[in-house]
Write a protein that binds this ligand. Sequence first.
Ligand SMILES: [Zn+2]
Length: 80
Amino acid sequence: MVQKRLARIINQKCHFKCEDCEKTKLAKMYEYRNISFVRGFTPHHYKQLCGDCIYKKVYGTKFYKKKKKEGALDGKVQHL
Ligand SMILES: [Zn+2]
């Protein structure tokens, strides 16, 4: 099974409601999608995620704080 993830920053600062934690924030907004090649399975495509949620999804709850501090997903398109 081939799987890829897309995780990128959409907006440096905007007002939006996070699709995962459902909090309304004025913050950086991210897009996140698991790209799957499994037939008949379409992963959810998040178009509005807050920093906490996307970093947790990409790096896991153990490492996300460090990565968020580094801004690992901020600035360019990431193909993981
Ligand atoms: Zn969130």
